[in-house]
Design a binder for this molecule. Structure first.
Ligand code: DGL
Length: 241
């Protein structure tokens, strides 16, 4: 069991940003990564469809005999992690939530939360804001339409055009001092996002996920103690042509 891989899934390449953070902390673990590109974006899906999608992704990983599943997606985590835990009680799940706590615990006053529509409108995101915001802080909950899809194309011109369009009406961007990258695709465009908010510190949930994975594996006694570097097996679903 300690030798079994860790499963990771997202709607596509975004989950690799979480995978990277987990591998930095746990370099000897093996991973099975599932990018469900066929169903990208998750961020505009209605809840019943999203539940079907995440159930299929978890089943795919369980068939690969994973010992834990990382939901490397804020959209799926904020809306479906309870459902996944109820549906598959024998496997531990670690979710990825927007790093709102991290931003609120910093000295930032003006916080911009960027995420998909699904994450931005989820009750869980609202709850995270209410639980963590301090009296002298302001959080703008801002859905970035189409940004995860633009990043998924890996086309820098599409990404730049999308960012310019999304951010064109944000007032006084130089006054924002923390930007929460509340979608796992967004760290892949962090250099471009930073250009719009030159004084902001960009924050994401990758490191928090890595620590949580380590804690759970230790508690369950299933940390891989092998001393050789672990491997990753990648799978991507493809849209029918
Ligand atoms: N990367 C995902 C997230 O963290 C999903 C993006 C999408 O497919 O809409 O929210």
């Amino acid at each position: 069991m300690p030798d079994a891989p860790i499963g990771v899934f997202d709607s596509g390449i975004g989950g690799t940003t979480v995978l990277q953070a987990v591998r930095e902390l746990l370099p000897n673990e093996n991973f099975v990564f599932f990018g469900d590109s066929k169903n990208c974006p998750f961020g505009t899906k209605e809840l019943p469809e999203l539940k079907e999608i995440v159930k299929d992704a978890a089943e795919f990983l369980i068939e690969k005999h994973v010992k834990l599943i990382i939901v490397a997606c804020n959209t799926a985590t904020t809306q479906t992690i309870d459902y996944l835990r109820e549906t598959f009680p024998d496997i531990p799940f670690v979710g990825t939530e927007p790093a709102i706590k991290l931003a609120c615990d910093s000295d930032a006053s003006n916080i911009l939360l960027l995420s998909t529509e699904g994450t931005a409108h989820s009750p869980r995101t609202q709850e995270l804001i209410e639980q963590n915001i301090k009296p002298d802080q302001r959080i703008d909950n801002f859905p970035c339409l189409g940004l995860a899809e633009a990043i998924e194309t890996r086309d820098i011109n599409k990404i730049r055009a999308n960012l310019a369009d999304n951010f064109k009406n944000i007032p006084e961007p130089e006054k924002i001092d923390a930007v929460v990258l509340g979608c796992t695709h967004y760290p892949l465009a962090s250099a471009e996002i930073q250009k719009f908010f030159p004084n902001a510190k960009l924050m994401d949930g990758g490191e928090g996920v890595a620590k949580q994975v380590k804690t759970i594996l230790e508690e369950k006694g299933i940390l891989n103690t092998n001393d050789k570097r672990g491997e990753v097996e990648y799978f991507f679903s493809k849209a029918e042509e």
